[in-house]
Design a protein around this ligand. Structure first.
Ligand SMILES: *[C@@H]1O[C@H](CO)[C@@H](O)[C@H](O)[C@H]1NC(C)=O
Ligand SMILES: *[C@@H]1O[C@H](CO)[C@@H](O)[C@H](O)[C@H]1NC(C)=O
Length: 984
């Protein structure tokens, strides 16, 4: 949903095609327009200019070091030589898994710094290592840890510097360049003048004047600059930020002397491997900005803030991956430079909050994913339907419109799971109140959709129309759970879709139960309002939760607004939107008893948002450039935890020509979240409206998605346990291959599928990089290609109807090939196993995970989890087996969460058995020769099979059509152990 700044009435007809131009960059700050960013960068350039003379004023007071005897934890006092009276505290902890947490705060200051960001992001208080011992000397305090004590963490006293090493090699260094600066709270300088009567009278310091702070030879000036800069008040356009607490920013340099590539800190529209923003000839001139913002028609290559912010960075090299997570909720800017090809320097500048940095030691990308998900949780296991295709538009205009769209999908045999309603379903944008004229029978409409096994997603935005006839506003106002304006009393009022609006303060615990009860589809006992015109088939879309405020500074809330606990909006801005989707997902789950898995889509996000549902990349443009960058953004979101991610298919703005729309579906089908959406002003573009051949191509793409649902769901189970994203960039799969570090236009789905969507007009072929000596089978034609251990490019045909998609040798993929109208009608469909034999040993492996897809019974052991293997025990035999993984590895929820014992005859597994859910086809790719016989072990009956002569997996020099063995209906159940033997 786009927004724009309109002071006064908001009218939808203001839009026209000419609006589709470019972002209004002047609505958003550059670093030079933000006081604390300017100060942070100025500090960095003074340090640069002073080179070797530069010395951080911060040091650890050696006498204050206090080591916990039974835990890997120490505290110490820190001082700044510039302000001997100001005190800081430092605390380091080593967690059980080797993550090091570094916290620094000001103590006994004029105010308290915001220190709660981690409490919203983290799933629990991490367990501190019991065995690691700190030892303090005269110059530092240090500890070793890891299986072979390969890690060392050293905190040098003078100046304060924190270094993490592995095998003696520096991994991460904090304050190595001396850019640490925690601006302490201070009183506004007052200049005493005399009144006419001769009485002294304080005179406020000039507002944004360049007040002389210190003499040039003063070390303060040397470190902080000679002038005060935007400390006490700041204006941007017509907006003034009153900054009642004055300056409190935090600058810290975080360097990776042995890592030449960095990834992460989404969300930005740029390459996955982050281009530089400082140093020599930087690619971008501004630092990466993290400040959740509703950026209208964003630029496809920029460091500008977008809707979500995750302060997690991966640094990578051929022999190590490390991560840094800074739990900060305020606006943050991050500069990236590569002083050499093999090293990276980053500089983080945050407006407020404490330093709360987690060093994730890796040393592999997968280790970093696990370490991060132990902190902030793994992605939720989604409701099965939400992996299907979502049809959205601003707007389906009536209940009958929805019915017609559904009918058209069915007439054209196009599968779809969800129909979406954007803001126009609601009366005057009072969300949850149906607009009666066009939506006279909402529950009947929902039931009509649900009758065909489908769902609806309806938008509920966080701006609440300020009118007494809106129960949500009335109750929120009575409960006093609305965000307050500066000063802290009354209700903050701003403009959004609903005109004059207020915002619920989800930091206020009083709002929580109330918000959850609003979504109950039945009357409440306490007489409060609830959404009775709704059903359990309705799921929720949270848009505009940055929050977007049309008449606010940078289209959001003023930073001096007040939240629960007296905190300013500035302290919690980036966290705010996450609490909204947290509470909404709890509300949707709590409608049913027992609860059902909710689906909530959010636009704003923060570290931890992966626990609450999916996100999308916001209001993209219908351009090839946006199509391409959307892939990179989805990959980047994924490595920062938000793996359930996608971009609007078709582009939100504009009218894509059929070729572009087809290519966009080919992008969307390989994203975890697959939704088509379109702006109010665009022409209708539901896929059934296309002419042939486009329509047929898109139908095939939709069917491909549905056939692959078991693959997606199995991968989501894995990510919900390990935190390893569903989509894996090349560097994640091949961390040692430098050729792949900058590749972000092709990626792996899990580890078995490699895809390179086409994102350019008129393409007929594509180049795909294969980073290993392995056979890759074209998913559709079964043609075999060979990679190389040195890396190799192959060129493949990519006509409009083709997407380069490959099965990696060594994989087994479960699919469901029967065309159905939605995922719910596939519950008992049989499976096809695609068995892609590996080049070296002609073996393969894969998994299938299944559960009811909607309840939480899987947490009680109600699921089926199989391992399939193909092996050659000897030259003459190929053996394909199915084994129960659940009995072996019963844990399915996030690691560390204890689960009920797995029951192999659980009711869910039994229900599949009863329905005879079986493997109906096996397709073995790369078989080494014409089989003599194919039998289920324990049976003497010869199965029905077909062999097509071609290239075998092991013929490592040969490319071309592969040899295929198709085994027809062996009548083996997915719930049972079995083996099929192929005699060669
Ligand atoms: C958010 O979600 C977590 C579960 O992941 C829960 O423990 C927490 O209390 C929730 N509430 C808020 C307001 O963040
Ligand atoms: C593959 O092609 C890309 C450009 O298309 C090129 O940059 C890269 O060096 C090539 N890699 C190999 C191993 O040939």
């Amino acid at each position: 949903m786009r927004s724009w700044t309109v002071l006064g009435a908001v009218s939808l007809c203001l839009l026209s095609a000419s609006d589709v131009l470019a972002v209004k960059t002047h609505d958003f700050k550059t670093c030079s327009q933000s006081g604390f960013c300017r100060r942070g960068r100025a500090l960095a350039s003074r340090a640069q200019a002073a080179a070797n003379q530069w010395k951080s004023p911060y040091s650890v007071d050696a006498s204050s070091v206090s080591i916990a005897s039974d835990q890997a934890k120490f505290t110490a006092g820190v001082k700044s030589s510039l302000y001997p009276d100001v005190k800081f505290s430092l605390e380091l902890r080593v967690h059980e898994d080797g993550v090091v947490r570094v916290r620094m705060d000001e103590v006994g200051g004029l105010h308290k710094r915001y220190d709660e960001a981690a409490s919203w992001a983290l799933i629990q208080e991490p367990t501190i290592h019991k065995k690691v011992k700190w030892t303090a000397s005269k110059k530092d305090v240090r500890a070793s840890f890891g299986a072979n004590k390969e890690f060392d963490i050293i905190v040098a006293y003078q100046p304060l510097q924190v270094t993490l090493l592995r095998n003696g090699k520096e991994q991460v260094v904090l304050n190595g360049k001396g850019l640490l600066h925690m601006e302490h709270f201070r009183s506004k300088a007052v200049v005493m003048t005399e009144t006419e009567e001769g009485e002294p009278k304080p005179e406020a310091a000039a507002e944004d004047a360049q007040q002389v702070l210190a003499k040039p030879e003063d070390p303060k000036a040397w470190f902080e600059g000679e002038t005060e800069d935007g400390l006490w008040e700041e204006t941007f356009g017509s907006f003034t930020d009153s900054k009642p607490k004055g300056p409190e920013s935090l600058s810290i340099d975080i360097n990776f002397p042995n890592h030449g590539v960095v990834y992460g800190i989404p969300q930005h529209a740029t390459r996955l491997a982050l281009p530089t923003t400082s140093g020599e000839n930087p690619f971008f001139s501004d630092p990466y900005r993290l400040y959740n913002a509703d950026v209208f028609e964003y630029i496809a290559s920029s460091t500008m803030s977008l809707y979500g912010s995750i302060p997690l960075l991966h640094a990578h090299s051929v022999d190590s991956t490390v991560g840094v997570f800074h739990a900060v909720g305020s606006e943050t800017w991050i500069d990236v430079a590569h002083p050499t090809e093999k090293s990276t320097e980053t500089h983080w500048i945050s407006e407020s909050g404490i330093m709360d940095v987690f060093l994730l030691p890796g040393p592999t990308p997968e280790d970093v994913f696990r370490q991060y998900s132990r902190l902030t949780g793994a992605a939720v296991l989604p409701a099965y339907f939400s992996l299907g295709y979502h049809q959205c538009r601003w707007n389906y205009v009536s209940t009958d419109d929805v019915r017609t769209v559904q009918k058209r999908f069915d007439e054209e045999d196009m599968p779809v799971d969800v129909f979406w309603l954007d803001i126009e379903y609601s009366e005057d944008h009072k969300y949850m109140i149906w607009e009666k004229k066009n939506f006279p029978d909402p529950v009947d409409m929902i039931n009509d959709v649900a009758a065909l096994g489908r769902k609806m997603v309806v938008i509920v935005d966080p701006h609440v129309k300020r009118t007494q006839d809106y129960p949500v506003y009335k109750e929120a106002s009575e409960l006093e759970v609305l965000v307050k304006p500066k000063g802290g009393s009354g209700e903050y009022e701003g403009w959004c879709w609903s005109g004059s609006s207020s915002w619920i303060d989800f930091f206020n615990p009083t709002s929580w139960d109330w918000w959850i009860s609003l979504f109950k589809p039945h009357k409440l006992d306490n007489g409060r309002w609830s959404w009775i015109d709704s059903t359990e088939a309705v799921h929720i879309w949270n848009d505009m939760n940055e929050p977007s405020v049309f008449n606010g500074p940078e289209i959001t809330m003023p930073k001096d607004n007040i939240h629960y606990g007296g905190w300013e909006h500035r302290d919690v801005h980036n966290i705010n939107g996450m609490l909204y989707s947290n509470l909404t997902s709890q509300a949707v789950a709590a409608r049913s008893d027992p609860p059902k898995r909710p689906f909530v889509l959010t636009r704003a996000f923060y570290a931890g948002s992966q626990r609450f549902g999916a996100m999308w990349t916001g209001d993209n443009l219908g351009t090839w450039e946006h199509m391409a960058v959307g892939i990179k953004m989805v990959l980047s979101n994924g490595i920062a935890g938000m793996t359930f991610s996608g971009s609007d298919v078709g582009g939100f703005f504009g009218n894509p020509e059929p070729e572009m729309l087809v290519r966009w579906y080919q992008v969307g089908v390989f994203a975890p979240f697959f939704r088509a959406h379109a702006h109010l002003d665009t022409k209708r573009r539901e896929p059934y409206l296309l002419d042939e051949p486009y329509k047929g191509i898109v139908r095939d793409i939709l069917r491909l998605r549905y056939s692959m649902l078991p693959i997606w769901y199995t991968l989501f189970r894995e990510t919900s346990v390990t935190g390893i994203p569903v989509l894996r960039p090349q560097y994640v799969v091949f961390p040692k291959d430098p050729n792949g570090f900058d590749i972000d236009d092709q990626y792996y789905i899990g580890t078995s599928l490699l895809v390179k969507p086409v994102t350019s007009k008129g393409a007929t072929e594509a180049t795909v990089y294969l980073g290993e000596d392995q056979v890759y089978y074209d998913y559709f034609t079964y043609k075999a290609y060979r990679g190389s251990s040195k890396g190799k490019n192959i060129t493949v045909s990519a006509e409009l109807y083709q997407v380069p998609l490959f099965i990696r040798g060594g994989s087994i993929l479960p699919t469901r090939e029967r065309a159905r109208r939605s995922s719910s009608s596939m519950k008992h469909d049989p499976f096809t196993l695609k068995i892609a034999l590996d080049q070296q040993s002609s073996s393969a492996r894969g998994e299938l995970y299944l559960d009811d897809g909607e309840s939480y019974d899987h947490q009680k052991g109600e699921f089926v989890w199989r391992e399939f293997r193909a092996e050659k025990p000897n030259k003459k035999t190929l053996r394909i087996t199915s084994k129960d993984l659940a009995a072996e590895k019963p844990g399915v929820a996030v690691e560390g969460v204890a689960l009920a014992k797995f029951d192999p005859s659980n009711a869910y597994a039994k229900s599949l058995e009863k329905e005879n859910v079986r493997v109906e086809r096996l397709v073995v790719l790369g078989v080494p020769g014409l089989p003599k016989s194919v039998k289920v072990e324990g049976s003497s009956e010869e199965l029905v099979w077909e062999y097509i002569q071609g290239v075998a997996a092991g013929e490592s020099k040969k490319e071309g059509y592969t040899s295929i063995l198709k085994i027809k209906d062996p009548k083996v159940l997915v719930t049972k152990d079995w083996a099929i033997t192929v005699q060669l």
